[in-house]
Write a protein that binds this ligand. Structure first.
Ligand code: ZN
Length: 332
């Protein structure tokens, strides 16, 4: 199957379908709702209904522009598309995130989008899909990235919050606007900890609630009223809290927390290396289970990870330079 790796996305010319194109186009698959994948005013958009709902929330429609045609494809469903069969599978990354299996003329191509193998705090657990060609991300595609599973991450989040509150301090967790933020809030709510949530994170909570996740007892973050609560804020707000002069203790929940310099970069006292992306061993495990004839590595440490795969005997390439894509939320 022909695959073109272009700055705005990946194009499959034989079936006239883009994968995560962020520039306006005729038709694109949208793997998940992060803004470096779900944006642009397209003719047709295909994705899970959760992802397409987030895409609609983000979409700014210029005056006179026609609404994109929304084509929901739920997990396990197959859509006939220009002589191919498209099937969606969970990707574990964030709520609604999906891998796409494209079957065309006897060939199986899998595009993972952003993915992790281990169960997320909120969302569907993935499964590796046997295929001929695998297009996989490599955000944490170096051996230094060994991340926590969800049970250990949950325990560390709750333990830090409770110890801060017992000491009379205010624990503040730095999460991302979509995905990690809601997961941290969910963990704190489940532990019965009173939690105040930054608006950029709170606006997506109803989508998680509709999917069955319970968020009891949270409230909107207000700078004047933080005592006795755990805070969940976006990265840019961490500095604001630090400068507030209050007894705030920061925790950074991210794959980047695995780096030696994470404490100085984030200003956080507690580093919790948990991510919605696969760590190095998960990536290797997924590649082995998919058993593809060829692997294209996109996003993150593309060239180093492709070389690691080559040394392990795989046919692998890094066709799209990471610098060609814009990662607005710098998620990890
Ligand atoms: Zn993502």
């Amino acid at each position: 199957m022909q695959v073109e790796f272009l700055p705005s996305g990946i194009y499959l010319p034989e079936i006239d379908l883009w994968l995560d194109n962020v520039e306006p186009c005729g038709a694109t698959w949208i793997s998940h709702g992060h803004s470096d994948h779900a944006r642009g005013c397209h003719g047709k958009v295909i994705g899970t209904s959760t992802t397409l709902r987030i895409y609609r929330m983000r979409l700014w429609l210029p005056e006179g522009e026609t609404e994109p045609e929304i084509l929901p494809l739920e997990f396990g469903e197959t859509l006939d598309w220009n002589g191919s069969a498209l099937t969606a599978f969970p990707a574990s990354h964030i709520l609604g995130a999906a891998q796409l299996l494209v079957e065309f003329r006897g060939e199986r191509l899998v595009y993972t989008g952003d993915i992790k193998l281990r169960p997320p705090l909120c969302g569907n657990t993935t499964e590796p899909i046997p295929c001929d060609r695998l297009i996989v991300e490599s955000t944490f595609g170096l051996p230094i990235y060994q991340l926590l599973d969800r049970n250990e991450a949950t325990a560390q989040i709750v333990r830090f919050a409770k110890s801060c509150l017992e000491d009379g301090a205010t624990p503040a967790f730095i999460g991302y606007p979509l995905g990690r933020g809601q997961e941290i809030v969910h963990v704190l709510c489940q532990a019965g900890i009173c939690t105040a949530v930054h608006g950029a994170i709170a606006k997506f909570i109803p989508i998680y609630e509709e999917a069955g996740y319970q968020f009891c007892g949270w409230e909107a973050y207000e700078a004047r009223s933080t005592a006795g609560k755990a805070l969940v804020v976006i990265p840019s707000h961490g500095n604001v809290l630090e400068a507030s002069g209050k007894n705030i203790r920061l925790a950074y929940v991210s794959g980047w927390a695995a780096l030696d310099n994470a404490r100085s970069r984030s200003g956080a006292e507690r580093l919790i290396p948990y991510s919605d992306h696969a760590d190095f061993n998960e990536l290797l495990s997924m590649v082995a289970q998919c058993a593809p004839k060829h692997i294209d590595v996109v996003h993150g440490y593309t060239l180093p990870f492709a070389k690691i795969l080559q040394k392990r005997g795989y046919s692998a390439a890094a066709p799209q330079r990471a610098s060609e894509r814009t990662n607005i939320e710098a998620e990890g």
